[in-house]
Design a protein around this ligand. Sequence first.
Ligand SMILES: Nc1ncnc2c1ncn2[C@@H]1O[C@H](COP(=O)(O)OP(=O)(O)OP(=O)(O)O)[C@@H](O)[C@H]1O
Length: 480
Amino acid sequence: MTTNDSGNAPADVLVVDDEPSICWAFQRMLEEQGHHVRTASSAEEGLELASDRAPDLILLDVRLPKEDGISALPKFRSVTNEAPVVIMTAFGDLDTAVAAVRQGASDYLVKPFRLEDARRVCKNALRRPAVTSASVTSPTASGANDIVGVSAAIQHVFRQIALVASSDLSVLITGETGTGKELVAAAIHKHSDRADKPYLPIAPVALNEDLIESELFGHVKGAFTGATDDRQGLFERAEGGTILLDEIGDLPMHIQVKLLRVLEQREYFRVGDVTPRRCNVRLLAATNADLGHAVRENRFREDLFYRLNGLHIHLPPLRQRREDVAPLVQHFLRLAGHADPASLVSDDLIVDLQNRLWEGNVRELRNAVERAAVVARGRRLSVDDFPVASSRHDLSPTDDRPFDLAAHVDSWVRDALSDGHRSDLLARLHAEVEKPLIRILMQRTGQNRAKTAEMLGIHRGTLREKIRSYGLESDPTPEP
Ligand SMILES: Nc1ncnc2c1ncn2[C@@H]1O[C@H](COP(=O)(O)OP(=O)(O)OP(=O)(O)O)[C@@H](O)[C@H]1O
């Protein structure tokens, strides 16, 4: 079989979107790679084209003039004998992402997206076998534990949750305290096929170190002084469901060994027992520590680290996703019983809150909003209702903490590996970094190419070529 620039065999792709610029962008990108592209501006027109000739891949917008993409998705899959479908949406909430994946979408693109993301998603979709619809069930309703956010980082998290929820993969959730790790774990469980089984968040640090093994795995009568009866452990209580091990980095070494056994052999022993017990529990782990560092210092087993790290979801600190502050403030006001939260906050207040450090992240913001709402007693909130505590006014224009580039590269590598990339990593990283670098410098210099080239230390002609090749002149779906 011949392959093209994208590494895939030439394919027949159908793009269904009522925005001509999106259709055009895909057409240009995919045809350059040697694929054949047809476009449709509604689900009905798309279905007709798909019935005439089944495409190898469908890119389907959610918001379409008559029938929406999510409800049309199963029809596309049935007329095309389950061709992979990538859903595109400007409304990136978790429920839409989960609904899309549950209906059989193989991936999910949030508008506006970068062309390289679109390229990667198409390439993966054409490479992967189509998702079978065997696991399709209706998504569960959303509740008070909604994950709120509009930033690209949170959209990425929604996509990861949606894609991983219905599998049994272990997930490692990282992020500073208060960034929402437990919320993400609960969402993975809620949207999984285990949703009607127990979900147990456990913090091993909160357990008595001498009894931790018995707490997790149970014990038999006489196993130790005080073990007067047989006792179930948490793994037994969670049977069929999901366990979140919070602060996994603090797990004692001897328990790490037992946990590895559970993950590898799906069985464990009650303390004092000689008969293993089968165990069907999905394990999620969360930490705000650098587990890679703990592995290097031999405080955490490397084999367990890789087992837990089936997928890595990283929640960046709130100060690195300031766009989320406004929707979060409104969300917390709504939870506090205010029917019209938008009327309580001014743009100035939001700007002020966006410029704070929020060392306690979303938890600290939540507490501050709840407190302010009580103090304000229904009047419009002001900056004075948010006294400056740890959230100092010293964030502007950017975070004042040392920026840990290595940690970002680490997270990038994990994502790349989990997306199946095993080669050309330097070139990939270089391309991902170079494009935003050029765009940002062009903005800062007021689109002055000579100045930008000088700052980059490259020739103007080289810069011109890079601007062209990254589509920075005419990218129809620029990043926010
Ligand atoms: N994106 C979000 N949308 C809505 N609420 C959020 C979001 N992120 C965090 N929260 C809220 O912030 C609080 C802290 O979240 P959570 O307990 O999930 O954080 P965590 O990262 O697990 O913290 P820790 O490391 O301290 O255990 C909770 O009240 C949670 O509901």
